[in-house]
Design a protein around this ligand. Structure first.
Ligand SMILES: [Zn+2]
Length: 270
């Protein structure tokens, strides 16, 4: 929705799946991309209005979160990921201009959902992975813009949950952007190493592997993996258990229940 608000066009070729890109913004038009107020965009504003309704109807029972992608990921969907990565090398000034516009829109999105009273904002930051960029490229084209969004949220008292499900997550760099919580899939990181560096600074959302374990394995195997994660973290506060990323549609309900029940079973702390 954010990419569409900045000029990308989409289409819906499948009935039950996300829209696909119809046409990206051409690199030669990148300097025409302007910051957007989510409330004034016909599509993006739908999610804001939905959050308001959810907050009113079920906000006392469950956490209602805003959700946005990092500026780098939005930009990659405005011009296309390959084009953006090439642009970082061939036309860094134009890319920086696009990232700046998208960052301003993202900061505004944080303000808008904060006014609704959401309980936090989930930020999808999975372009920050070694398979896409190295730490210096992250700093130049990703991290410095992400920091502006996170800083703005923090200044408004809004919690940030930074998600990174890349295969080689630049999680130390992400930790440095100062989110309230960092969300990684356990299959991509060493839990003891992450726990040692994250504890006491940032909450950790331990992502139980979703593409194989949750999708194809048994409830007992899911419970064992949750127990492993809880044991590896120990008694300290600051741990949340979740799936590694969005659940595939066909994950058995029994495995989703096992994920929840095993936290209740093994997650009690003195
Ligand atoms: Zn993900």
């Amino acid at each position: 929705m954010a990419a569409k608000a900045h000029g990308m066009q989409w289409k819906f070729p499948e009935r039950d799946f996300y829209p696909r890109p119809e046409k990206y913004v051409d690199m030669s038009d990148i300097d025409k991309v302007q910051p957007v107020d989510p409330l004034e965009d016909p599509t993006w504003s739908v999610s804001v209005r939905a959050a308001r309704i959810m907050k009113e109807k079920v906000g006392d029972e469950v956490a209602v979160l805003g959700c946005i992608e990092s500026p780098n990921m939005i930009a990659s969907e405005v011009v296309g990921m390959e084009t953006l990565l090439m642009g970082c090398l061939t036309d860094p000034d134009a890319v920086s201009k696009l990232l700046d516009a998208v960052t301003q829109s993202s900061i505004r999105y944080g303000e808008v959902v904060n006014e609704i009273g959401v309980d936090g904002i989930f930020i999808e930051g999975s372009t920050a992975g070694g398979e896409m960029m190295d730490p210096s490229m992250f700093q130049q084209f990703d991290g410095q813009y992400l920091v502006r969004v996170i800083d703005s949220c923090r200044a408004n008292g809004l919690s940030t949950l930074l998600h990174n499900c890349s295969e080689k997550p630049l999680w130390r760099e992400h930790l440095g952007t100062g989110p309230t919580a960092i969300h990684l899939q356990l299959s991509s990181v060493g839990m003891p190493e992450v726990a040692a560096e994250v504890k006491g600074k940032t909450c950790f959302i331990a992502g139980i592997e979703h593409r194989e374990l949750l999708l194809n394995h048994t409830p007992d195997e899911v419970k064992a993996e949750v127990k492993n994660a809880l044991d590896a973290w120990g008694q300290d506060p600051g741990l949340i258990i979740g799936p590694g990323c969005e659940l595939p549609y066909k994950v058995p309900v029994e495995n989703i229940k096992a994920l929840k029940e095993s936290v209740e079973l093994y997650g009690k702390r003195q």
